[in-house]
Write a protein that binds this ligand. Structure first.
Ligand SMILES: Nc1nc2c(c(=O)[nH]1)N[C@H]1C(S)=C(S)[C@@H](COP(=O)(O)O)O[C@H]1N2
Ligand SMILES: [Mo]
Length: 348
């Protein structure tokens, strides 16, 4: 296993990207976080035998080989992928699940074709309403439930990619070789890896990974009554300095971070280096591309010796603001609290 990642669990493999590797616009494949509910296939499937089946509420069920996909119009998209549980370990009230801190996120340039091309080729019946995806991974645990997820047809037709390339390389085995779905701007759970089957449905898929998890619910509530996790939430994270770092007084220090907004764009990031008393507009860095994160910086000259608390907050193109505090839910999804992501350093 790569020593560059921080392992949260071995079986299934869950591992996060250390903050220093989140500083580049593209997250290299070898340091991209891994999140799995089941066992990663042991080896790459033989492409001569692999088929993608497209079935359900379609006029013409299809069985597509990789060559069939390569003949479809090509699509390339940058997409920041974040696990719904990223930031869970930063919540003040404990929530169950893997203890992700900052690194359950990464940005890649993905190559493939639009899901719309495949659905159009199969011909949608008027009853079509949701699109479900199933992978080749082996379920783990007593229940042995396969990771099947569905997304609304509107998302499937407007902004979902079927990707076989990641940052210019064939999709690595860990990230879904030979094909994965990417619902652009939505959390990782909506982006099924190792695709073997796409089923068009007249309603959402009914199963464990739709109804019991990936929903926002509170104690005592039925999980299936909770709102499903879809788009990634607006969030800014501080990548440098890190909690506990010692910064020299009187010397300018670039405070660096990243921010993302799901289907929206980052409009602004503000940073406070005095625990929220005063705020400065950060400079946005790098390419501005839909569905991809923005990096940002401010130059801060720490004044007096002692502890200092740094906070960052983002605003998006829809006029939304990042909340001061996370809204707690049983499975700890969507933590985008400004306070929860604050960093305390020592100026010395
Ligand atoms: N087949 C399959 N696809 C899956 C998963 C899985 O367990 N099995 N996990 C999902 C979740 S919860 C996330 S966050 C992303 C993580 O993608 P990555 O491992 O390529 O970073 O994959 C998604 N796709
Ligand atoms: Mo996830």
């Amino acid at each position: 296993m790569s020593p560059r990642l921080r392992i949260l669990s071995e079986k299934p493999l869950n591992a996060e990207t250390p903050p220093e590797h989140l500083l580049s616009w593209i997250t290299a494949n070898r340091v991209f976080f891994s999140r799995n509910q089941g066992a990663i296939p042991r080896r790459k499937v033989d492409l001569r035998r692999w088929r993608l089946s497209v079935e359900g509420e379609v006029e013409r069920p299809l069985r597509l080989g990789i060559d069939d996909l390569l003949r479809l119009p090509r699509a390339i998209a940058a997409d920041t992928l974040e696990c719904s549980g990223n930031g869970r370990a930063l919540l003040t009230e404990r929530a169950s699940g893997n203890p992700w801190t900052l690194g359950g996120v990464g940005n890649a340039v993905w190559g493939g074709t639009r899901l719309r091309e495949v659905l159009t080729a199969a011909g949608l019946k008027p009853t079509a309403a949701h699109v479900a995806f199933e992978g080749l991974d082996r379920p783990l645990g007593a229940a042995g439930v396969p990771f099947i997820r569905s997304i609304p047809l509107e998302k499937a037709l407007s902004s979902t990619l079927l990707a076989w390339e990641m940052n210019g390389d064939p999709l690595p085995l860990k990230h879904g070789f030979p094909l994965r779905a990417l619902a652009l701007g939505w959390t990782g759970a909506n982006c099924v890896k190792w695709l073997k089957r796409i089923v068009v449905l007249d309603r959402p898929w009914n199963g464990f990974y739709m109804d019991r998890v990936y929903r926002f619910f509170r104690k005592g509530e039925d999980p299936s009554s909770g709102e499903p996790v879809t788009a990634m939430r607006l969030k800014a994270v501080i990548l440098r300095p890190q909690p506990g770092d010692l910064l020299p007084a009187g010397l300018p220090f670039p405070v660096l971070g990243a921010a993302w907004a799901g289907e929206e764009e980052i409009a602004a990031v503000e940073v406070s280096c005095d625990g929220g008393a005063t705020w400065l507009a950060a400079e946005l860095l790098g390419p501005s591309v839909r569905y991809a994160w923005r990096h940002w910086q401010i130059l801060w000259t720490p004044p007096a010796k002692g502890p200092a608390r740094i906070l960052a907050r983002a605003r998006d193109s829809a006029g939304r603001r990042q909340p001061d505090r996370a809204s707690w839910n049983v499975l700890g999804y969507g933590n985008n609290g400004v306070e929860e992501h604050g960093v305390t350093v020592t100026v010395g």
